[in-house]
Design a protein around this ligand. Structure first.
Ligand code: TYC
Length: 130
């Protein structure tokens, strides 16, 4: 809103006030997908899910079985840098153990296409460092 004010000399000046509203975009999230293969031992997958994604043993077993049956499953949703780190951790553990366990990243479209196993809300606000 322009605002008129007289200065000392009686001249009129236009003062403008600018309000800055900073809108913070929600960080874009990425799905970390776990892929099935025929060689990686089930127990290894469960341990990796517990270690890298901090899943409980029962959640890790459930997800491992979901992926075993369906071919692929969403482990979680994370900001890119965290997703990337987790994929690298899984890759490095798989390489050390000489198994073909594969984890990949995909942008989250928010369409809830059901790759997730538990049918719950997969959203993670990125607030933790799981
Ligand atoms: N299909 C593997 C087996 O029968 C187990 C497995 C589950 C491997 C999930 C990878 O992401 C995976 N040993």
């Amino acid at each position: 809103m322009p605002h008129f004010e007289d200065d000392q000399q009686g001249d009129s000046k236009v003062l403008t006030k600018t309000k800055t509203r900073t809108k913070l975009a929600r960080p874009r999230l990425y799905k970390v997908l776990l892929h099935n293969d025929d060689f990686t031992p089930r127990e290894f997958v469960v341990v990796v899910l517990q270690h890298v994604f901090h899943l409980t043993e029962s959640d890790a077993s459930r997800l491992m079985l979901y992926v075993h049956k369906n071919g692929v499953g969403v482990v979680g949703l994370y900001p890119f840098s965290i997703a990337e780190t987790k994929v690298a951790e899984v890759g490095s553990l798989a390489q050390q153990a000489e198994v073909p366990l594969l984890c990949t990243i995909e942008p989250d479209t928010g369409d809830g296409d059901g790759e997730g196993g538990d049918g719950g809300d997969d959203r993670d606000d990125g607030g933790d460092v799981n």
